[in-house]
Design a protein around this ligand. Structure first.
Ligand code: PMP
Length: 446
């Protein structure tokens, strides 16, 4: 949910560094001097983190915060089982895929077993952007076409190829000429979701063909996170995949956000739509913070690409990242984290609805599992209220609960905690949210 308008939602204004407590102010000035302006900080008063554990992070003064935002440490910050696996592997062997080794095969087998049966190969990368990049290369090689269709506020990453299919990066990052956008799936008056998507994709494909570009792939984040988190019911990607295949293109399900159990219903977001995509880029939570991504794919696609193209990724699939990723799968399975995401996500969603019942500014509570969103808007006009969202996010930060704001109008509260989030953590978030809303928004008059 990246902004298409102003600065990044919930970003610190560097002009305010002088107004901060001196130590933090100096740290931020130094960061600006050394790293340049590209690195944005969250919150009006940024947080200096020094350690973390489970669903908590700790600042330089030792204060504890509830992390309801970070999806990368999916099995909990500094998970000891992942840390032990990394430690053991760094002391044993860390090498690349030029040498034969068993652990990468054991991991590939386990990972592929969680995917649709048609996805029989996996290739490894270091990030989600690289996984998107590789998926595009494979799709273009297979189809001998360049055209890509994405949703209107999609985000797929930072490499050249990923950025040029990411409209949410805004006007300073132009879309490539071979890219067409379709409106994000929306809710119709009768409550159905995404009804027009297949037809819109079909029209975009026709346009690519008419311009002689040809059609390679439809790429979609299975949760449509940067498009504002499309509400349920899922299932609307079925007709889209048919349209894509009829046109000779491939379907790329970007699971960088939705994957690894986040939705509480399945390991992969696409499984909620009962589809089998052709290529599935993965990343973010895959190594609980170790840089690892990958692409699960139909073997016939990899067969041609792998035979004809030399693809060696120095760090992709290295022994230590694989050890971390294997431990992540262990923890997800052993601790029942998909079930936890469903139970606690449902509980938190219900709680948000209850709060919204008292504060009419809080609207459109939606989400799947432990990826939840709600909008702040003027109750009379329905106009998005990004300023109020900023006050809520910063008010919660003051109360040591971390969420963020997102969406084209920066008015969406984005809640996406590590998967071991417990009901007690949800209660803490809800209590603090009510308290903060009580300060910044007028309650519903009865
Ligand atoms: N796709 C989606 C849907 C993402 O959210 C992201 C990262 N936010 C990426 C791709 C790129 O992943 P990375 O930042 O690891 O390159």
């Amino acid at each position: 949910m990246t902004s298409t308008k102003g600065p990044m939602p919930n970003s610190f204004d560097p002009a305010r560094a002088g107004a901060l407590e001196p130590r933090l102010g100096r740290l931020i000035e130094r960061r600006r001097t050394l790293l340049g302006p590209g690195y944005k900080l969250f919150y009006e008063v940024p947080i200096e983190l020094v350690r973390a554990e489970g669903v908590h992070v700790y600042d330089a003064d030792g204060a504890q915060y509830l992390d309801a935002y970070n999806n990368v440490p999916c099995v909990g910050h500094c998970n000891p089982r992942v840390a032990d696996a990394i430690d053991r592997q760094t002391r044993t062997l860390n090498t690349n895929t030029r040498y034969a080794a068993e652990p990468i095969l054991d991991y590939a087998e386990r990972l592929l077993a969680t995917h649709a049966e048609a996805l029989g190969n996996v290739m490894f990368t270091c990030s989600g952007s690289e996984a998107i990049d590789l998926s595009l290369r494979i799709a273009r090689y297979a189809t001998a076409a360049q055209g890509v269709v994405v949703t209107a506020n999609a985000y797929h990453g930072i490499s050249t190829a990923a950025a040029e299919i990411s409209p949410s990066l805004g006007p300073n990052v132009p879309l490539a000429r071979h890219v067409r956008t379709v409106p994000a799936p929306s809710v119709a008056a009768d409550g159905t979701v995404g009804r027009d998507l297949a037809e819109n994709v079909s029209r975009a494909i026709e346009d690519l063909e008419r311009h002689g570009i040809g059609f390679a792939a439809f790429v979609a984040d299975s949760l449509f996170a940067s498009d504002g988190l499309v509400p349920d019911p899922a299932g609307f990607l079925g007709p889209v995949i048919d349209v894509v295949h009829q046109a000779g293109g491939l379907c790329i399900a970007d699971e960088v956000q939705a994957g690894f159990g986040r939705t509480g219903e399945a390991m992969w977001g696409y499984q909620r739509h009962q589809i089998a995509p052709d290529l599935v880029p993965m990343g973010k939570p895959m190594g609980n913070g170790m840089p690892i991504g990958g692409v699960a794919a139909r073997p016939e696609l990899i067969e041609r690409f792998g035979n004809d193209i030399r693809y060696f990724n120095t760090f992709g699939g290295n022994s230590v990242s694989i050890a971390a990723a294997s431990a992540v799968l262990d923890v997800i399975e052993q601790d029942g984290l998909i079930e936890n995401a469903r139970a606690v996500g449902g509980y938190l969603g219900d709680g948000l609805m209850t709060v919204a019942g008292s504060y009419p500014q809080l609207q459109s509570v939606r989400g799947a599992g432990l990826f939840l969103a709600a909008d702040l808007a003027n109750p009379e006009t329905g106009d998005p209220d990004g300023e109020m969202a900023a006050r809520v996010v910063n008010g919660l930060r003051e109360r040591r609960v971390l969420i963020s704001a997102a969406g084209p109008d920066a008015n969406t509260l984005k809640i996406r905690p590590p998967l071991p989030f417990a009901k007690a953590d949800a209660d803490r978030l809800l209590t603090e949210l009510e308290l903060v809303l009580g300060r910044v928004a007028a309650p519903k008059s009865c």
